[in-house]
Write a new protein. Structure first.
Ligand code: HEM
Ligand SMILES: CC(C)=CCC/C(C)=C/CC/C(C)=C/COP(=O)(O)OP(=O)(O)O
Length: 306
């Protein structure tokens, strides 16, 4: 982190500033995917243990968000989308965010280990490390492949949920990982197409900045096409089924269509309608992931009542 443009504190930080450090909106999808990973697993935890485990996975994810905001405060201060975050806004001091993030990281890993098992705790620790050190500190500022590799961090939560319940990793857990891993690039690049100015100003080497939007549009369709077989494959495992397969086929058709529309547009067309299609595809990407995991949940309930 460098010491650019971070205002000195204007007031005592409030609880809501610390909640913001946890990146709660992104956390919501992390918690949901972890919960589904836990519920669809073949072994089940007692309800109180399951609730405790999800709470600590959520806190671990939040802790990594706080550490990311501590490290990226200089970038966040420059970007319009992030300038009002607690550190650049001067509401929380960098040292406070660092202490908060470290304390929560240690506590969440220890507590998950005590509540469930060592492998789940180890995976949570590795995920926090991957997001903070590998993605934020290393890749984000050094390569346009940052989000492709770094996206692995966001792909671990369902596997952590699964391992918390079963104590081991399996093909289904890897496929849930692969689904999020392949989904992350089109999810992020759709957004980068209309947020490019922010990354350009902050000199973050996102693909849109280093290779331009035309190349990014091509990358979106390529990764979306790779996502299709990966997402459908889950439907043929013991946690899949017809409901999942039909849902996945429809969602994939929608995502591929969106990616094709993005590919066929140039910058002039996108600017003319204020990136309407790119914005829709970004929103659709969130629904895509949510509904895939939702369909897994439906399959689990059908099995439970069969
Ligand atoms: C390295 C990988 C990723 C990058 C670079 C990325 C980037 C972003 C960015 C920049 C936003 C806009 C946030 C805002 O408006 O403040 C966003 C939104 C979002 N992302 Fe991602 N994302 C990544 C992976 C993920 C993963 C793995 C998940 C969950 C499984 C996720 C869930 C979400 C959600 C739920 C939102 C919407 C939040 C809102 O309502 O504003 N993202 N993402
Ligand atoms: C269990 C656990 C530890 C999970 C956490 C992993 C996680 C949610 C990773 C998601 C990656 C993510 C939201 C990147 C945002 O990029 P960015 O940080 O560059 O975005 P920004 O510009 O909004 O800060």
């Amino acid at each position: 982190m460098t010491d650019t443009q971070i205002e000195s504190p204007v007031s005592e930080p409030g609880a809501s500033d610390f909640v913001q450090l946890l990146k709660p909106r992104v956390m919501s999808l992390v918690v949901f995917t972890a919960l589904v990973g836990m519920i669809v697993a073949p072994a089940h935890l007692p309800p109180v243990t399951a609730f405790t485990a999800i709470l600590f996975i959520a806190l671990g994810a939040g802790a990594s968000g706080a550490l990311n905001m501590w490290w990226d405060a200089d970038i966040d201060a420059v970007m319009k989308r992030t300038a009002r975050r607690p550190i650049p806004a001067g509401k929380v001091q960098p040292g406070e965010a660092l202490g908060f993030g470290l304390a929560l990281s240690v506590a969440s890993v220890l507590m998950l280990g005590l509540a469930t098992n060592l492998l789940a705790a180890g995976l949570l620790a590795f995920t926090i490390f991957f997001y903070v050190v590998v993605y934020s500190m290393w890749l984000k500022r050094s390569t346009p492949q940052n989000i492709v590799i770094g996206g692995a961090a966001g792909a671990f939560p369902p596997m952590i949920g699964w391992v918390a319940a079963t104590g081991s990793v399996s093909v289904e857990a890897w496929l849930m990982f692969a689904l999020i891993f392949m989904w992350t690039p089109p999810h992020f690049w759709a957004l980068a197409l209309f947020m490019n100015a922010d990354y350009d100003a902050a000199r973050v080497p996102m693909l849109t900045v280093t290779h331009g939007k035309k190349v990014t549009r091509r990358h979106i369709i390529a990764y979306t096409l790779l996502l299709v077989p990966v997402s459908l494959a889950l439907g043929f495992t013991p946690i899949g089924g017809m409901v999942y397969l039909v849902t996945s086929a429809l969602l994939n058709a929608g995502f591929v269509l969106g990616a094709v529309m993005i590919l066929r547009r140039d910058e002039e067309m996108a600017q003319a309608d204020k990136y309407k299609v790119e914005k829709k595809v970004f929103t659709f990407s969130l629904a895509y992931l949510f509904l895939h995991f939702g369909a897994l949940l439906v399959e689990a309930s059908l099995r439970a009542f069969a």
